[in-house]
Design a protein around this ligand. Structure first.
Ligand SMILES: [Zn+2]
Length: 174
């Protein structure tokens, strides 16, 4: 399998700089394969659906109801926010569970954990296996649908970072 993780193209989560509590990534965006504009995806569930399918089915603006490539971009890939690139093809989080992605305070890394339907945090596949084993209601939950692979931090979007800055010359109005 080629290295596809973290390409800043198809499937990406973002974090607002002005701060969601504790670095939780709660804004989602996907880039249109035709016009290359970024579209906000308003729920985690919808984002996960797109992220799962994006390898087979290119995301285009029209996927979102009432949106077309002629509409202005809703957000730009720049350092207004810190962006993290989720791996395309990651399975949708099993029903009842929630996948949380948290950027550490010093922006050094991203942590992934799952919250069980009973509100417990699970940080490893092993913990999840034990939970599923102990809770017959969730025995059909596919373990392979849990992915702890952390999205890649797009370092050029870290404000004030020592890394290279994004060239703004390519941005045009109109
Ligand atoms: Zn488009």
């Amino acid at each position: 399998m080629e290295e596809e993780q973290g390409r800043p193209n198809q499937s990406t989560t973002t974090k607002t700089r002005s701060g969601t509590p504790k670095g939780l990534i709660d804004m989602f965006a996907v880039q249109c394969g035709k016009c290359f504009k970024w579209r906000k995806i308003h729920t985690r569930e919808a984002f996960e659906e797109i992220r799962m399918r994006v390898k087979e089915e290119e995301f285009v603006c029209q996927t979102i109801e009432g949106v077309s490539c002629l509409d202005d971009a809703e957000l730009e890939y720049d350092s207004t926010r810190i962006w993290v690139g989720d791996k395309p093809g990651v399975a949708k989080t099993p029903t009842g569970f929630e996948r949380k992605v948290v950027l550490r305070k010093d922006n050094s890394r991203v942590d992934v954990y799952y919250v069980t339907p009973t509100g417990k945090r699970m940080r490893t596949l092993n913990e999840l296996a034990v939970f599923i084993d102990a809770n017959p209601d969730f025995k059909d939950t596919p373990l392979e649908d849990f992915t702890f692979t952390a999205p890649k931090i797009m370092e050029e979007t870290i404000p004030g970072g020592k890394r290279k800055r994004i060239s703004r010359s390519s941005k045009e109005h109109g």
